[in-house]
Design a binder for this molecule. Sequence first.
Ligand SMILES: [Zn+2]
Length: 205
Amino acid sequence: MAYPKAVQSLIESFRMFPGIGAVTAERLAFHVLRDGRARDLARAIDRAVREARRCQICGNVSEADPCRLCTDEGRDQTLLAVVEEPRHVEALESAGVFHGNYHVLMGALNPADGTEASHLGLDTLLRRLKDGTVEEVILATDPDAEGEATAQLVLEAIEALGDQAPRVSRLARGLPAGGAIEYLHKGILEDALTGRRELRLRSKE
Ligand SMILES: [Zn+2]
């Protein structure tokens, strides 16, 4: 049995997303067809794709390029937090515990969903570090397996800068294992930041 072409194409579109298998894609497609709000969803997707761009400096999604945070001269230009997703910037900003700049990778190393090092735009990050303004990079990726692997990857990329490499630190281990940054409340985030530990760079040994 074959579904109509339009339905088949909707199912295939859902399958492009990470973690969505054949069964879920089919369920979502039929949910969309049943639900009267599906057109609103389609319009919202269309608008977000047209209007949200990525900041050329930090990689975050933004309506303006450069984004509001990158153009804020009141922020501490010597500190740079590397995070996985825009929602992590939101979490740190709403907690009000970090006043440096951000670099958003838009993902974490995850062979299962096909996210590889080349998708994380590390060359943009390295270019930002070369003028020497940033004195410390804080690896603020999630404390789970993907986040740790990503932190290690970024550390190695920075090490390769040799003498130009800034200090690199990692959020404190006090973070609950597997606790995603956006779910941590202000007190825990603040402790994780103040308790961050410096990682030793091979190039500076
Ligand atoms: Zn930006």
